[in-house]
Structure formats: structure tokens, C-alpha cells
Design a protein. Structure first.
Lengths: 390, 337, 551
């Protein structure tokens, strides 16, 4: 039984890397678990909380106090500004982004009485009704409200405090209109112009906050909000929009970044539902500032969008929470907001950034509906709208 | 109570002195679910230490099942298996210390030749150096020296068989079970390997149970032949005795004996060298059906006019198939079964 | 065939306990919690919503649409993926390893980014010139884009261990190449194809984000309805009813798939993959390889290239401006996520999730697979189906369910960092099972027996035979689990992890703000995520147990 000499084996034997990697993974996983979960103390909260500011100063608390602020995912503030609060009060702030505004509020409603945090920031008018119905908040009348114009103080019971506003308006692509030598539309009726057929993109009101705001704007402007039939005035307007080729997409990200011609996506529609604060961000080269921002806003289509903050019932740190709300109304925070969150301060004494002064015109009289009406009719309106578009 | 704990430690393994164990299969019966009849029916088998036993029988007679029972891969309904006197009932196969070579080899595709052969040694905890030496030794034994790093996939049938044999031998089992070990090989290779296997077994002093359906294999290497049919042992004895005196026409057929003639008084065997075939003088009483080579002579198969076939062994012939012949039988060559 | 003694059986059952327990705690309990909140508010059962839902014509239409678009998408994915699977199984070509890993990239990208990528090709002003946005076609394309990897990696992995000589034998017996494939290879591949199809069906049936982004408002699936009802309107009763409807369909589909797979998997003559793959010979094979690569380039390469190109389009001009800005812009803001930190967090979560998923999924697979020769016992089949359900359950239901269930002791995990990888594992475990079971059932039982006779205890048999032979499937499973976690699949979109932002979270933050700089950074970070995926998956693909050949 003799045979030929063996050829080289094409399959080499591997090192035991698998065990090493598994071990490494376990070590890393253990290290990753260093951060623990949140604590929640459940003291009794008083029915209301008195003003936390006395003589314009923020009160101090015991070192080591922490409050948890539940926000939507777009919340942002400068670290320096936040540190000012901690320096003044000894209170550490823990931020918990909790989805978009609707999701954050709904999660808070789901946990009413045993909340995730002490303060909820980011609830807008359209969500107030359901939040109040669930008794989410402890009323708090902030001292800083003296600097806030009346139009933002929608809740006489001070369950929520207005912090910022960012009106939802139709943005247009200046360059496109210049090239096509067309007049920029100014009103809702102008949007029905056949020359603008297929040039408008809006968001689905059931899944998008600006989309809902635009829907409410049409209800406010065209009327017929209490008409359940398909011949409601505002619904007729939407029929005409549909005939004029309006495109409905799921959310602002898609509308603005894909379909809008005036932004990075370089889409094919020069009109989009966005915010009054969007144009300054489109100005990209600060060294040679242009006359106008590349995009503009149709002021007559703007709908008021105010964001509020409130102290969550059952949280336990009501005093410190109140102090934080005062801080949010104070100038450092208010003047920090535009650059961080692209919203306008409600504090009338706040100074806007230069780019904003140059490239935006404040919307004097935006459309608005009473929040109770919105709370009661919102779903019905969305259903009616859906009947037309789905 | 865990049955594994109550058995004595297995009696075989590397490091043990060579020399086979004795095997005692007593009254074993196995019936598979959905089967109409038992695969093994009250089977007894004894293998003395160092003895080579061939299990012979047609397909489906239960020989593979018997091997699996001894290896612990199939549980018995009744009966016992004893190795060197120790009862193996309940002992899982990985603790029996029995070597098994599968009919289709079951080589591990993800390991090379060396990796396959050293497998049993690794399981027994042998050190690296000792394993390397032993693997080389065994590969030398089966005629594949230096083949350790070869991949298993591209090997030919004969090469795989030898690797499988090497793998089974490496842990020095005291009982070796071979399931049709030469089945996949061609005639000439088989003829070469059969005596080598015989020598191998005798040198190592192993007890071997060797399953085959090839009579020449059985005759060549076995100390004893056990004939099985339909789950039952039908004859058991030294090869020469079994061939000389088959117990029944059934056994004769299994043994591949030619010229089984069913006469009025019973079955008779006719030795091929007692069959006289001459070219037909006139008419003849048979026709040549086939010719074959038998050692240095010829085997001539004739079809009798009165019916039946006979095989004759002739030292030389000029007959071709189709020739008419006269056939007579020397009465001395007839034997009643 | 009666085989070795009983201890084997109860070990298998015992193996099934950890994964089942895990899913009971981290899946069944949260889902039950949110469903009960909807159907049993204030302690009393109120099933009226169920009745409303089942009779509502709009819901009926949506449910029907969801079902048939899922079936259509699955069929398309399989048809598109099979040639790709053949390519990887049979041929060697330049960049094969890279491509094999890169297939998983669509999986890990956040849905809006996928939308941007796809719409950059088939959207307004897209590269292809055709605007399919808002149509069903866009949804189908998106589904194939996402799930191509599932089909190719699953079926391709199984295919690569099939002996090509079987087809060759058929060819010598007179079968045309197509016939040989149909008669010989296809039956051997069926279990893997069924496994891949079941996963793709579950994904496309519960498809949510991508449907909305590319399909617009007309393409509404059940999951979208559930999301609206849960997250936006808080109509938990309606949401619960819809989730139940979805669950029923999913379980029925899984039972059907299970039946196809149960047709006894044929024991394969396993060949190492390296032996099977070879360079293409002849113009026919070259054309096949070429067309396939072209198809992959068009389907996957072009949309992803759109992202890469956009990432280099910085406000200051073409270049790496966006990448540099990742580390500098918005520093000092609480929403700033240092890219290194995002990468680290994503990797840590993914590692943890993969380990949990592979260990638990592996236990489950070994428990339910049995061997190719015997049909698996009934409990194993039911466990198998049950363990797949998380893949087909509404992500928003699970997410909100976790939010509700884990708010209080004993498991107050709601804001714990551990919940995220565990939630990923819930989705990844079915993947692992689905990939391992066909591989396990195709192991020649004689190999296990041979190892046993040679002295290997059952544990050693597992380590020496089972593990190396299924190592390919195991690596594929680990790769999927990792991708699922990197891409923040399923429920974790709804879970907060304030201190540990991951790459998808960071990307979403950029996309949520206007301006070309924010958009550009989102693109840049997406490219980082893509590169990270490819590197890590390629590393996982190379892992092999000690001593085994490239199998």
C-alpha cells in the first residue's frame, strides 16, 4: 500500500479568534452597563407650586438634586447655558429625549401619575387638550410670564408655560421663482394658480406635526371646521389643491430634504410646508451674506405653533422643576434657543441672532385655532382629510 | 439515577496492552417502529479475544443493526451485550471503547486526514506529541504515510476507506467493528487488501466483527463465519466447515455456493469440479450459457435441456457461449445438505 | 430508527428553556401589557374595538393591501435574490468577501436615510430620471433593496455547501442545466429558501418606515395604522385590535412556512465552501457573473452611491467639510453627539445584542432542529413557530409595551441602557433560529454517531461536529443579529437611551433640522455607519471555530 507524496493542503487552520472576541464582547458589555437607569422619587406633590423666583433670583437647592426633563428628540440647548442653571441652583438636569412631540406627550399620558421625569417640554397647542384631560400637569404660574406676550399664554390655569414658538408656514424657493420669472404667491388662493400646478409638497397631518399645523391653517383660513360633511369649506380647498397637483409625503424630513427644491435635496417642488425659522439656516456662507436668504416664507399661510413646558404630576421635584421653568423663560435660555432649536423665543426682551434679524420677518398675526377646538375636532378633521387623499 | 454512573469504566482505550476483548451478545432482539418483523430476533454471537468473526448475509438481514447494537447506537428491546464480561446495557456509545468503521465512512468533512484520524485520541485526552506519533504510525499501517494534512473531500473511495480504518484503529480499540469495509473498492484492490487486513488484525491481536456480503473476504480473513438471514443466525462455524457443510440451501445461496440442486429427496450440492462438460457428440443435453475465469482455470455455466443450471470448473476449454455440450455429473461430487 | 439512549431528549427540551423564558419576559409580557391596556382598560374587558376593526371597510382594505404587497414583495425578493445566491455559492470573483458583507448595509441604515438614497434614484429629480415616489413600485423596490441580503446570505450560505457533483451527475444523465437545478439542487435548497422567505414576509408584512417614506400616503399598511393609533391618537383599544389581527396573520403564515420547512431536510453531503466555489469559465458563466454584479450595482450600489456623493457635497463646496463638521459643528450643545461616542455606543449595543441573540437563538435552534433523519416532535415545531413571532409583531406595539411594562419593579428597565440590546435581541433571535435550523437538520447524523463511537461525549459531539459544520450559518446569523442591532430595528426606535446616543439617533437629529450643513452631516454619518457595518460584518464572516477549515 504505497502512495504518492501528499500535496499542500489548501485549507489552513484558523486561530481561536472566536473565543477572544466573545470574551471581549462580554467585557465591553459589562463596561457599557456602567450607567444605571433613572431614579424616580415618588413624594407627594402639592396641588400647585408657588413661584420659584423670589426677587428675580433662582432659589438654591441641596447639592445632588437632579431633575429629569422629558423632551422631544429635537430639543437642544448649549451646555454652557445649562451649566448656568446648575451653578445658580445646585440642581443637575438630566435630559430624556422621548420621540417626537406627539410620542413624548402620549408616553407621558400613558404614565400619568407615575411619570418618567419632572418636567415635560415640547408639548404644543394641538396636544394640550388630551394632556389636560389626562391631568398631566401641576399648575405653575411663572414669574417670567410677565415678559411673554398674551397671545402665547393660552392656558389661564397655567398648567403649561409657553417657552418658544415656531410658526409653520409655506416656504418657497426664491431662486426657482426668479428663474421662472413668476410672482411669489402670497395667499392660500394663490397656491391654486395653474402656473403652480404640481409645485407644492405638504406632509401627512396624521404623522407629521407641521403637516397637522398646515391642515389647521386651512381650517382656520377657509372655515367650515364644524362641518362634518365632505363639502366643508376647508375640505373643498384641499380638493382644489389636489386638483392642482399637491404632493403629500409622510414627514417633514422627506418633504424638505427630498422634494423641496430649495434645500440640499434639490427636489422638483419650490413650495413646501416648513417653519418660519427655516430660511436663515439655508444661508450657508456667513462670510459673504446675500441680500436675501435663498428661501422665504409665505406669511399669510403661517399657523402659530407654540411649545410649552409643564411640571409633571407625581414626579416629586416640583420646586426644582418650577425653578427650571423660570430658567427656561430667562434671557440666557431664550436667546440660546434660535441657534439650538430653530425656534423663536417668547420672551419679548430676547435678542434674535443677526442672521435671523436679517433673513426673517416676524410673523405678526399667524393663524390659530383655540386649543380646545383642536383637541375635540382634530381626529375628525384628519379623517375627513384622509377620505380625500387616501 | 444516571445509568452512566453505575457502569464500570470502559475496558479498552489507548495505552492498554494490545489484544482483543471478548464479546458476548446474548438473546438480542430489536424491532423498529413501523416494521412488520424484527430486525434482530433473539440473536446470539460470541467473539473470543483476538478472534476475527465475519458476519455474512444478504441485505436487510440485520448485520448492520447488530453492529450498531454492539456500538451502542441502537438500543435493544431484549437481550444483553457484554464486553469482556462487563454488561454494556445503558452505557452510551462514547464510553464503550469499541471501534466502528461505517459503511460510507462518515469522515468529518471539516477536518483533514490527520484531524480525522486523531479524533478518538483527542477525545481520550492524549497529548499533542503522542497523538502526532500515533497518527503517523496508524497512517503508515494503512498505507497512507505522510497524508496527515490532506483534505478529505477530494479523496477517492479507496483512500477514504483507509482513512476511516485508520481513524477507527488509532485509539487501539479492543473490539473493532467493520461495516462492509471493502465494499467501495474494485476487485483488484480488494484482492490485494483482503490478506493485508487479515495480517493487520492478527498482528494487532484485535477482536474483530466484520460485516460483509463478499464470501471470499469472509473466507480469507475470518476465524469464524456467522451467517444471518432476516434477523436470525442460521449458521455459525469456522469458514471451511461452513463452506463444506452449509446448513441449508438458504445458507448455501448466501454463501454463494454454485450448483444448488433441489432434487426429489432434498437439496443437493454439486461440486463444480465434479461436473463433466464435453462438446456435444450428437445433439447434446445442455447449452453453454457463460464463461468465467476461476483462478487459473475456467468456470463454465451450462443450461440443461431438462432445466436448471450447473457450473463446471475446467482447467482448459475451447467452448464458447452457445455451444451444445454433453454434461454428466460424477456422483462422488454430489452431497446432500 | 431507535437511537442512543434517552438523556438526549430531555437535554434538547432543557435547551429550549432559556430562549423561551427570555422571550416570555421581553416580548410576551410587554405585548400583553399594552394589549391589555387597550382591551381591558380599568380592569373590565372591552372588546368592542375588535368588532369595529374587523368590520371597518377601510381597515379591511388596509389589511388586504398589507397582505398582498407582502406576498408580492417576498416573491420579488426571492426571484431577485436567487441568482445572487447562486453567484456567491458557486463562483469566486474579485471583491467577493467585501460584497458579501456590503449586502447588509441597507439593513442598518435608518429608514429616512434609505428613503433619501432610494428617492435619490427613483424620486423627484432622481438619478434614474423616473419618479416612482408615492407609488407601489417604490415600495416594492424598497423592499427588495432591504431584503436582498436576507435571501442571498441565507440561501447562498446553504447553497455553498451543496455538492456540485450532484448537479453534474444529473447533467450526465441528460438533464439540461435548468432541469438539473430544478430536479436536484432546488429540493436541497428548499428549506433555506423557505427560511429566507419567512423572514422577508414578516419584514414586509410589518413594514412601516420605508413604506411611508417612499410610498407616500397611499401605501398604508397595518403597521402604519397601528402606529397612528398607538403613538399619535393613543387609541389603545383600536391599536390592540389591529395588533391582534396582525398577529393572527403572522402566526398563520409562520405555520404555513413551518410546514414547508418540515418536509424533511435532506441530509447533505457537506463540502467545504472553498472547494465548491471556482472562477467562472466560459462566456456563459462570465455573462452570468457579470449580469448579476451589474444588477447588484444598480439595486444596491447606485442608491448607496447617492448617499456617498451627497456626503461630500458640503456647504463650502465639494470635499470633506461635512465629515469635519461632525466633530465640530454644534459642539457645546446638549444634542451634540461626538461621532466616536456614537460609533462606540452603537458597537457596544450591537455586540451585546449579538452575543445574547446567538447564544439564546443557538440554544433554541439546537433544541428544535432535531436531526435530519427523524421528524421533530410536536413541541419542537410549536416552539419554533412561537420563537419567530417577535419578527412579525408590530414594532410600535412592542416598543410601547416595553415602555408600559418596564416602568415599575420588578423589572424597572425603562430607562436602563440594557433594555436596548435586549430589545434588539428579541428581533435578532428569530433570525438566528431561522438560519441555524436548516443547517443543523442537514448534518449527516452518521458524523455525530462516528464522533460518539470515537469517544466524544454529547457535549463534545456538539463542539466537534455540529459547531464546525454549521459555522457558516452561525456566522451569517451573527452577522444579521449585528446588523439588526446597528440599524436599531423594531421596537428600539421607541426606547430612550439618553446617555448613550447611537449612530441612528445622531443621524435622525441631523435630519430633523433644516439646512444643507445638517443634511450633509446626516449623509456623512450615514456613510460612517455604512463603512462600520462592512468592516465589522467582514470580521464576523471570518470567524471560525478552532481547527476547522474554511467551511
Amino acid at each position: 500500500m504505497t502512495t504518492d507524496p501528499p500535496p499542500a493542503n489548501p485549507a489552513p487552520v484558523r486561530r481561536p479568534t472566536r473565543l477572544v472576541l466573545v470574551g471581549l464582547a462580554l467585557v465591553l458589555a459589562v463596561v457599557a452597563a456602567a450607567c444605571g437607569g433613572g431614579e424616580s422619587s415618588k413624594d407627594d406633590t402639592p396641588a400647585t407650586v408657588g413661584p420659584a423666583i423670589s426677587q428675580g433670583q433662582l432659589p438654591t437647592f441641596d447639592p445632588g438634586t437632579t431633575i429629569t426633563v422629558v423632551t422631544h428628540d429635537s430639543f437642544a440647548v448649549s451646555e454652557d447655558v445649562l451649566t448656568q442653571f446648575t451653578d445658580a441652583t445646585n440642581v443637575e438636569v438630566r435630559l430624556v429625549p422621548s420621540g417626537d412631540a406627539v410620542a413624548a406627550v402620549n408616553k407621558a399620558i400613558l404614565t400619568a401619575g407615575d411619570p418618567e421625569g419632572d418636567v415635560l417640554f415640547g408639548i404644543d397647542e394641538n396636544l394640550l387638550a388630551s394632556a389636560f384631560a389626562a391631568d398631566l400637569f401641576v399648575p405653575y404660574e411663572a414669574r417670567g410670564l410677565s415678559t411673554v406676550p398674551e397671545q402665547y399664554q393660552v392656558d389661564p390655569e397655567h398648567r403649561v408655560t409657553p417657552i418658544d414658538h415656531g410658526d409653520v408656514c409655506i416656504n418657497y424657493d426664491r431662486t426657482w421663482f426668479r428663474e421662472k420669472d413668476l410672482e411669489v404667491p402670497t395667499s392660500f388662493e394663490d397656491l391654486l394658480d395653474p402656473e403652480l400646478k404640481g409645485k407644492l409638497v405638504v406632509e401627512d397631518p396624521s404623522s407629521s406635526t407641521p403637516g397637522l399645523a398646515f391642515l389647521l391653517a386651512t381650517v382656520a383660513a377657509q372655515g367650515g371646521g364644524d362641518d362634518d360633511s365632505s363639502s366643508a369649506a376647508w375640505l373643498q380647498y384641499w380638493q382644489k389643491l389636489k386638483d392642482n397637483g399637491v404632493k403629500v409625503v409622510d414627514g417633514w424630513e422627506t418633504a424638505y430634504n427630498v422634494d423641496f427644491s430649495g434645500s440640499a435635496g434639490k427636489g422638483d417642488r419650490p413650495l413646501v410646508v416648513s417653519y418660519a425659522s427655516s430660511p436663515p439656516v439655508e444661508v450657508t456662507d456667513p462670510s459673504t451674506p446675500p441680500e436675501d436668504a435663498p428661501t422665504g416664507v409665505l406669511a399669510d399661510t403661517c399657523y402659530r405653533q407654540t411649545e410649552f413646558a409643564g411640571i409633571l404630576r407625581g414626579a416629586g421635584k416640583a420646586e426644582a422643576a418650577g425653578a427650571f421653568i423660570e430658567f427656561m423663560l430667562s434671557l440666557p435660555f431664550q436667546e440660546d434657543m434660535p441657534e439650538q432649536m430653530y425656534v423663536y423665543p417668547v420672551n419679548s426682551q430676547a435678542v434674535l441672532p443677526e442672521a435671523w434679524e436679517r433673513y426673517t420677518t416676524p410673523v405678526e398675526d399667524p393663524l390659530a385655532l383655540p386649543f380646545e377646538e383642536v383637541g375635540a375636532r382634530r381626529e375628525a378633521w384628519i379623517q375627513q382629510w384622509a377620505g380625500l387623499f387616501r | 439515577m444516571d445509568p452512566e454512573q453505575t457502569q464500570p469504566a470502559d475496558p479498552t482505550g489507548p495505552g492498554q496492552p494490545p489484544g482483543g476483548a471478548s464479546l458476548d451478545v446474548e438473546g438480542v432482539s430489536v424491532t423498529f417502529p413501523d416494521a412488520s418483523r424484527p430486525a434482530l430476533d433473539d440473536v446470539d454471537l460470541r467473539v473470543a479475544a483476538g478472534e476475527v468473526v465475519s458476519l455474512l448475509g444478504p441485505s436487510g438481514c440485520g448485520k448492520t443493526t447488530l453492529l450498531r447494537v454492539v456500538a451502542g447506537l441502537t438500543t435493544v428491546d431484549r437481550g444483553a451485550v457484554r464486553l469482556d464480561g462487563a454488561d454494556l446495557t445503558g452505557v452510551p456509545s462514547h464510553r464503550r471503547g469499541v471501534g466502528l468503521m461505517f459503511q460510507d465512512y462518515a469522515l468529518f468533512p471539516h477536518r483533514d486526514v490527520g484531524g480525522n484520524v486523531e479524533f478518538g485520541l483527542r477525545m481520550a485526552g492524549m497529548g499533542q506529541k503522542a497523538r502526532v506519533d500515533r497518527v503517523a504510525e496508524v497512517l503508515e499501517l494503512v498505507g497512507l504515510p505522510g497524508w496527515e494534512r490532506r483534505a478529505v473531500g477530494p479523496l477517492s473511495g479507496g483512500e477514504r476507506q483507509r482513512v476511516a480504518l485508520a481513524r477507527a484503529l488509532a485509539p487501539s480499540p479492543r473490539l473493532l467493528l467493520l461495516d462492509e469495509p471493502l465494499g467501495a473498492l474494485d476487485r483488484s484492490l480488494r484482492d490485494r487488501l483482503v490478506p493485508e487486513l487479515g495480517t493487520l488484525f492478527r498482528t494487532l491481536g484485535l477482536s474483530v466483527v466484520h460485516v460483509t456480503h463478499d464470501q471470499t473476504e469472509a473466507l480469507a480473513i475470518a476465524d469464524r463465519v456467522v451467517v444471518m438471514d432476516h434477523g436470525v443466525v442460521v449458521q455459525d462455524g469456522p469458514p471451511v466447515q461452513v463452506w463444506a457443510r452449509p446448513a441449508s440451501s438458504l445458507v448455501a445461496r448466501i454463501l454463494g455456493l454454485p450448483n444448488i440442486v433441489d432434487g426429489p429427496e432434498g437439496t443437493e450440492l454439486v461440486r463444480p469440479d465434479a461436473v463433466r462438460v464435453r462438446p456435444a457428440a450428437a445433439g447434446g443435453n445442455a447449452t453453454v450459457a457463460a464463461l468465467g475465469v476461476e483462478g487459473t482455470g475456467w468456470s463454465v455455466t451450462v443450461v440443461l435441456d431438462e432445466g436448471g443450471r450447473l457450473q463446471a470448473h475446467l482447467p482448459a476449454t475451447e467452448l464458447t457461449p452457445g455451444d451444445r455440450v454433453d454434461v454428466t455429473v460424477d456422483p462422488a461430487g454430489r452431497r446432500r445438505l | 430508527m431507535t437511537t442512543a439512549p434517552q438523556p438526549r431528549r430531555w437535554w434538547r427540551a432543557a435547551l429550549a428553556v432559556p430562549p423561551v423564558a427570555f422571550l416570555l419576559v421581553f416580548f410576551v409580557w410587554p405585548v400583553a401589557a399594552i394589549l391589555l391596556k387597550g382591551l381591558r382598560p380599568d380592569g373590565a374587558w372591552d372588546l368592542s374595538a375588535l368588532g369595529d376593526v374587523l368590520t371597518d371597510p377601510v381597515i379591511r382594505r388596509v389589511a388586504w393591501f398589507t397582505l398582498w404587497q407582502a406576498v408580492l414583495s417576498t416573491a420579488l425578493c426571492v426571484v431577485a435574490g436567487l441568482p445572487g445566491a447562486a453567484l456567491f455559492a458557486r463562483f469566486r470573483f474579485a471583491g467577493k468577501r467585501f460584497l458579501w458583507a456590503a449586502l447588509l448595509v441597507p439593513f442598518v441604515l435608518p429608514t429616512v436615510v434609505v428613503g433619501v438614497a432610494l428617492l435619490g434614484v427613483i424620486g423627484p429629480n432622481g438619478v434614474s430620471g423616473v419618479d416612482l415616489s408615492g407609488t407601489l413600485w417604490a415600495v416594492l423596490v424598497a423592499h427588495v433593496f432591504f431584503n436582498y441580503a436576507v435571501v442571498v446570505r441565507t440561501v447562498g450560505g446553504a447553497w455553498s455547501t451543496v455538492d456540485p457533483r450532484l448537479e453534474e451527475a444529473a447533467r450526465t444523465l441528460g438533464a439540461s442545466p435548468w432541469r438539473a437545478f430544478r430536479e436536484v439542487t432546488w429540493p436541497l435548497l428548499r428549506p433555506a429558501v423557505a427560511a429566507a422567505s419567512s423572514i422577508v414576509f414578516l419584514f414586509t408584512f410589518t413594514s412601516f418606515g420605508v413604506v411611508l417614506v417612499v410610498g407616500g400616503v397611499r401605501q398604508r399598511t397595518l403597521e402604519v395604522e397601528i402606529y397612528d393609533q398607538t403613538a399619535r391618537f393613543l387609541h389603545l383599544d383600536v391599536a390592540a385590535a389591529l395588533a391582534l389581527v396582525q398577529l393572527v396573520v403572522v402566526v398563520a403564515a409562520l405555520a404555513w412556512f413551518g410546514r414547508t420547512q418540515r418536509r424533511r431536510a435532506v441530509v447533505l453531503d457537506q463540502r467545504p465552501a472553498a472547494e465548491v466555489a471556482r472562477r467562472p469559465r466560459g462566456w456563459r458563466e462570465r455573462a452570468f457573473v457579470g449580469t448579476n454584479l451589474l444588477f447588484m450595482a444598480a439595486l444596491l450600489g447606485v442608491p448607496l452611491a447617492v448617499l456617498v456623493v451627497r456626503s461630500f457635497d458640503a456647504p463650502a463646496g465639494w470635499g470633506t467639510g461635512n465629515y469635519q463638521a461632525l466633530d465640530t459643528a454644534r459642539r457645546g450643545s446638549t444634542s451634540f453627539v461626538p461621532p466616536v461616542e456614537a460609533i462606540t455606543n452603537s458597537l457596544l449595543f450591537a455586540l451585546a445584542a449579538t452575543v445574547v441573540a446567538v447564544v439564546l437563538g443557538g440554544c433554541a435552534a439546537w433544541a428544535v432542529a432535531g436531526s435530519g433523519r427523524e421528524p421533530s416532535p410536536r413541541w419542537a415545531r410549536w416552539t419554533d413557530t412561537a420563537l419567530m413571532v417577535p419578527l412579525g409583531t408590530s414594532a410600535v406595539t412592542v416598543g410601547f409595551g416595553m415602555f408600559v411594562a418596564f416602568g415599575d419593579p420588578p423589572l424597572e428597565l425603562r430607562s436602563s441602557v440594557w433594555l436596548v440590546p435586549l430589545a434588539h435581541a428579541v428581533v435578532a433571535i428569530p433570525f438566528v433560529i431561522r438560519l441555524l435550523v436548516p443547517a443543523l437538520r442537514s448534518i449527516d447524523p452518521q458524523l455525530r454517531e462516528a464522533a460518539g463511537v470515537l469517544g466524544a461525549s454529547p457535549w463534545r459531539v456538539w463542539r466537534e461536529v455540529d459547531l464546525p459544520v454549521v459555522s457558516r450559518a452561525l456566522a451569517a446569523a451573527a452577522g444579521f443579529a449585528f446588523a439588526v442591532s446597528l440599524g436599531e430595528f423594531g421596537a428600539t426606535v421607541f426606547l430612550a437611551r439618553p446617555e448613550r446616543p447611537t449612530l441612528p439617533v445622531a443621524i435622525y437629529r441631523f435630519l430633523g433640522q433644516p439646512g444643507p450643513l445638517n443634511f450633509g452631516q446626516a449623509m456623512a454619518l450615514s456613510v460612517v455607519l455604512m463603512a462600520l457595518t462592512v468592516i465589522v460584518i467582514m470580521a464576523i464572516d471570518r470567524l471560525r471555530p478552532i481547527g476547522s477549515a474554511e467551511f
